[in-house]
Design a protein around this ligand. Structure first.
Ligand code: SF4
Length: 98
């Protein structure tokens, strides 16, 4: 176990995806933080006929420390999205952003 990877084999959903070949199953990113990147997340997604992004076949975030490295490589896109929302003068929905 490290800060990059842990496995929670007591989780009732474990393993929630197909096994990760040759890697520990990483539960750190149980909900993938890259989902909001749409088709720029670098994962194995598909879009359903209703336009919903389906990550069922993606094991990337769960591939041991490689999963952590993949998320860190793309997390800048999420940070950029947060900055663009904060800096958008058209963002006048009454919510205060930090
Ligand atoms: S689980 Fe995979 S396909 Fe889904 S957002 Fe994360 S990296 Fe992309």
């Amino acid at each position: 176990m490290s800060h990059k990877c842990f496995t929670n084999d007591k989780c009732p959903y474990y393993p929630c995806h197909a096994e990760t070949e040759g890697e520990d199953f990483n539960c750190l990113f149980c909900f993938c933080p890259l989902y909001a990147l749409g088709d720029q997340c670098g994962g194995n997604f598909r879009y359903t006929s209703n336009g919903v992004k389906d990550c069922t076949n993606c094991t990337l975030p769960h591939q041991g420390e490689k999963g952590w490295e993949h998320v860190m490589k793309h997390i800048g896109g999420i940070i950029g999205m947060a900055h663009s929302v904060k800096d958008d003068p058209g963002n006048d929905n009454g919510e205060k952003l930090c």
